[in-house]
Design a binder for this molecule. Structure first.
Ligand code: A2P
Length: 279
């Protein structure tokens, strides 16, 4: 067996905005999550993203290193003392091909300027909120689902997550289980509030209890029958969407067909969309 020594990770140069990795979990050969220290001054709204990354390779001509940064949704809630991120591993992705090898004690770059549209401020009051995710698009909802405001603002909270394979659901499935069982969260959010949470996972390329794209299940009405709820209406329902580009476009069209309108921070309406990060 390979024994890890307590040797310090090599730091070639002091990085601006460096944060230290505290924990790394590999969920599948394509997915991992990690936690880093949080800058004391960083305030953010659940659902927002920040730019994170690593120092790039030295320029062959000048020898200078530039940071290689990507937008990552913060997956942890705003009350958490650390920050959590959920990432894909792309074998030839400029950032994730390297980021997937980080270990506790390593440093990453984190620009402390949170922004984004998947925030409660961008939605008008409603009765029920839907979170629609595919793949790593689950990340901003991992934050919002641990935010007491989500449960204070709505009578019902429904999260759908569509992935190709069952293993890709695991990060989300475990998070939902933790939310339901965690004593601190129960205290913070309230057991009666947590009872409002419904979880609807689906897979498209591997056998699971619920198969199919969420968009098809909405069109056929199956998701509403399964959950025993009325179809989406602009009067009662609000939605946040985060997934791959094709999915975002399709669900946007679907939500508009129900009469929902897209909101923004400065102009709150019925739904908001953000693209999940792909390296
Ligand atoms: P499918 O397997 O039918 O393509 P990806 O890993 O490519 O980002 O996809 C994540 C999930 O999103 C997959 O289950 C995929 O289904 C689904 N998906 C891709 N495009 C759409 C779309 N236009 N509408 C709904 N779901 C989609």
């Amino acid at each position: 067996p390979v024994t890890q020594t307590d040797a310090k990770p090599v730091k070639t140069m002091a990085m601006p905005d460096a944060q230290t990795v505290t924990e790394v979990t590999h969920w599948t050969d394509r997915l991992f999550s990690f936690r880093v220290t949080r800058p004391a001054s960083l305030r953010f709204r659940s659902g927002e993203f920040v730019m994170i990354g690593l120092m790039g390779d030295p320029d062959p001509k000048t020898g200078k290193q530039k940071p290689l940064l990507r937008a990552y949704s913060i997956a942890s809630p705003s009350w958490d003392e650390e920050l959590e991120f959920y990432s894909i591993k792309v074998p030839d992705g400029p950032l994730t091909s390297r980021l997937q090898h980080i270990q506790p004690g390593d440093e990453i770059i984190l620009r402390p300027k949170p922004v984004g549209t998947l925030v409660h401020d961008a939605l008008l009051p409603g009765k029920r909120i839907w979170f629609f995710a595919t793949g790593t698009g689950f990340a901003p909802f991992a934050s919002l689902l641990r935010d007491p405001q989500t449960f204070e603002d709505y009578d019902e909270v429904i999260i759908t997550h569509t992935c190709r394979e069952v293993g890709e659901l695991e990060y989300g499935r475990k998070l939902i289980e933790d939310i339901r069982q965690d004593e601190l969260l129960n205290e913070l959010i309230g057991a009666e509030n947590l009872a409002k949470l419904r979880y609807y996972p689906t897979t498209t390329r591997e056998e699971s209890p619920k198969m199919g794209r969420i968009t098809d299940l909405m069109r056929s009405g199956e998701v509403y029958r399964d959950l025993g709820v009325e179809p989406i209406s602009p009067e009662h329902d609000r939605a946040m969407v985060c997934g791959n580009l094709a999915f975002n476009l399709e669900i946007k069209e679907l939500l508009e067909s129900y009469g929902l309108e897209e909101g923004a921070n400065s102009d709150p309406k019925h739904y908001v969309v953000e693209k999940a990060f792909l390296d």
